[in-house]
Design a protein around this ligand. Structure first.
Ligand SMILES: Cc1cc2nc3c(=O)[nH]c(=O)nc-3n(C[C@H](O)[C@H](O)[C@H](O)COP(=O)(O)OP(=O)(O)OC[C@H]3O[C@@H](n4cnc5c(N)ncnc54)[C@H](O)[C@@H]3O)c2cc1C
Length: 574
């Protein structure tokens, strides 16, 4: 064990040295743009070392690293050039429009530095791996017969678990990994509101699961049941049209539950029947098509009283998803007005209904207030402290009145997948599977759970982990390592992760961001407006899986700057 940690330490130092060298080689771009050249060199070297020491070199294409590095240059520019350096110089942060313009050369420098670092670091890491050989991963003593690991759910949690298991068990042919999901692509939910608002093409924010997996068997099917006694999973094939669904049962030795969550309508069947969900790609496509449909109908409707519900769009829920969607729909609805000559600007209403006094409870009160004020200035209406109690066609019923509207989108509550509901394991008050600090289900040996379907408690802080992609991805890394450790009879890790912060776009090149200060996790830096929006785009573009998707999204964003929103109605898959 001591030998292994010594090896790991040596490798970390080796990677950090490569990062420092790569940082130094990439830093001329910074040295010429950031101010004093020594400062640029210092930042280039330090960031390179920190990056390489904390992250293992990814097994990715050079072009992907180039794009990811360039995209990460934007938030680094915001944090360092716009905020930190002026503060250290005893000035106010330069987040006004003029300040941002004045720091534009540094932005170019940061983007170039990030891109060059991404390529050089990857190049040098590849040489080093060839020289030093692959990193010593603990090999699993070959059990016989084959160990079947089945992962249910191809979202952030399931996909990352499969990828990490592939890395950890790459030389172990006695393990067979299967990933089951009802969609064949990983949906990048942070950009879902942009699809509903017609800024992004739907397929550009989804990455095919098959291309991200190498030795995992991918099965596109719906899980319909889990038999814990028999250790098997019941699957139903997905068929088009009337063809009967094909059922099959697959056995498992280790089962990973990563089934995510579905909308929870809090026992209101008519709301469930009439509202749009906002969780999947199809949901976003439907919302976009429906909004266009409402404009088409309103444009030919001469009666103003009948036009009103067509042009009123109600979003229930003032959390991240609801606020981002309301902002995107408001931009979309106002952006397509020119195509509908019989619709007046002041007839268009986007109403956000929220059961509490302030929106965005995940952010600080000041940022929540900022978001609301900005959105109100742009015409979004807020019905706070209001609960949705019922819905009828054309009418949305609140506890304090009614809204006449043909459009209701529900983002006000979620609950773990119905498959979890039927499972005989301990759950929390929201119905999520309770797991221990290793992410194992306590009463069921060989069953693990993570992501939105699990109730995970941080082993260090004792606090419940929020249902976000940020946490799901980190849980996946710990869970995969624990499955590998369990198979090898090694000790397992406990799960701990400090949130990196939160970002929320509120429409029209404006966002709110609250980022945790590294090494002082209890403190956060807050950003808002254009700068936060640039950071949002840079951070999420760098995280979007795959180079091709990054380029497509960048292209969509560029087109959006010069051309109006697309109002072509695509096929509704209902
Ligand atoms: C609009 C929106 C915006 C968001 N923005 C952010 C953000 O900016 N940052 C952030 O950190 N988090 C964000 N989140 C939250 C984040 O998306 C979730 O926390 C994350 O997706 C959870 O990952 P998961 O793998 O547990 O679940 P999911 O990503 O939901 O994946 C579940 C998977 O299971 C599959 N599945 C479900 N049921 C079955 C079945 N019966 N059979 C087979 N397969 C099944 C689904 O198809 C899916 O592939 C957002 C969520 C939404 C809805």
């Amino acid at each position: 064990m001591a030998q292994r940690s010594d090896n790991q330490m040596t490798r970390s130092v080796q990677w950090a040295s490569i990062g420092i060298l790569a940082g130094a080689l990439a830093s001329p771009a910074l040295a010429f743009t950031i101010g004093p050249w020594k400062l640029g060199l210092l930042f280039g070297i330090a960031l390179g070392g920190i990056y390489a020491a904390s992250l293992r070199p990814a097994n990715r294409a050079y072009a992907d690293n180039l794009m990811a590095g360039a995209a990460l240059g934007i938030p680094l520019w915001s944090l360092i050039s716009v905020v930190a350096l002026p503060i250290f110089a005893g000035q106010a942060p330069a987040w006004s429009a003029e300040g941002i313009r004045a720091h534009f050369p540094a932005l170019v420098g940061w983007v170039l530095y990030g891109a060059m670092f991404g390529v050089i670091n990857q190049n040098m890491s590849d040489w080093a791996t060839a020289l030093w050989g692959p990193e010593a991963e603990p090999s699993v003593t070959t059990p016989s017969p084959i160990t079947r690991i089945v992962i249910l759910g191809g979202g952030f949690a399931g996909m990352k678990t499969a990828q990490r298991l592939e890395e950890l068990l790459k030389s172990d042919i006695s393990v067979h990994i299967t990933l089951v999901s009802e969609t064949n692509a990983l949906l990048f939910t942070p950009m879902l509101a942009e699809v509903a608002g017609s800024s992004l093409e739907p397929s550009h924010i989804s990455a095919p699961l098959r291309s991200g997996l190498h030795r995992t068997e991918f099965v596109r099917a719906r899980t319909t049941g889990i038999n814990l006694e028999k250790r098997s999973v019941l699957l139903e094939g997905m068929t088009a049209g009337e063809a009967p669904a094909e059922s099959r049962e697959i056995p498992y030795d280790q089962l990973v539950l990563a089934l995510g969550a579905v909308s929870n309508y809090l026992g209101m069947p008519r709301v469930e029947e009439l509202a749009f969900n906002f969780k999947t790609l199809v949901d976003a496509i439907r919302i976009r098509n429906h909004v266009i449909e409402m404009f088409e109908r309103a444009d030919r409707e001469p009666d103003a009283a009948r036009r009103a519900p067509l042009l009123t769009f109600v979003v229930a829920g003032g959390g991240f998803a609801g606020v981002e969607l309301a902002g995107a729909l408001n931009d979309f609805a106002h952006g397509i007005l020119a195509d509908y000559p019989h619709v007046n600007r002041d007839e268009v209403r986007v109403v956000l209904v929220h059961a509490h006094t302030r929106i965005l409870p995940e952010l600080s009160e000041s940022l929540g207030h900022y978001a609301r004020t900005k959105m109100e200035e742009r015409g979004v209406e807020f019905r706070l402290n209001a609960r949705l109690t019922d819905a009828q066609p054309g009418i949305i019923v609140l506890n304090d009145g009614e809204i006449r509207s043909e459009t209701l989108v529900w983002t006000a509550g979620t609950t773990p997948s119905p498959i979890i509901k039927a499972l005989n394991v301990e759950k929390d008050m929201h119905g999520a599977v309770k797991v221990d600090e290793n992410l194992a289900v306590p009463s069921q040996p060989c069953v693990w759970a993570l992501g939105d379907c699990a109730a995970v408690t941080d082993a260090k802080s004792g606090k419940p982990c929020p249902p976000t992609a940020q946490f799901a991805l980190r849980e996946a890394v710990t869970l995969a390592s624990n499955v590998a450790a369990h198979l090898a009879g090694r000790p397992m890790k406990t799960f701990h992760f400090d949130s990196l912060g939160a970002l929320c776009v509120i429409g029209h090149q404006t966002a709110c961001a609250e980022l945790t200060v590294p090494f002082a996790r209890t403190r956060a830096v807050r950003f808002s407006g254009l700068l936060a929006w640039l950071m949002w785009r840079g951070i999420y573009l760098s995280k979007l899986p795959g180079l091709e998707r990054k380029i497509r999204v960048l292209f969509d964003w560029t087109v959006e700057l010069f051309f109006p929103r697309d109002i072509v109605q695509t096929i509704d898959l209902k």
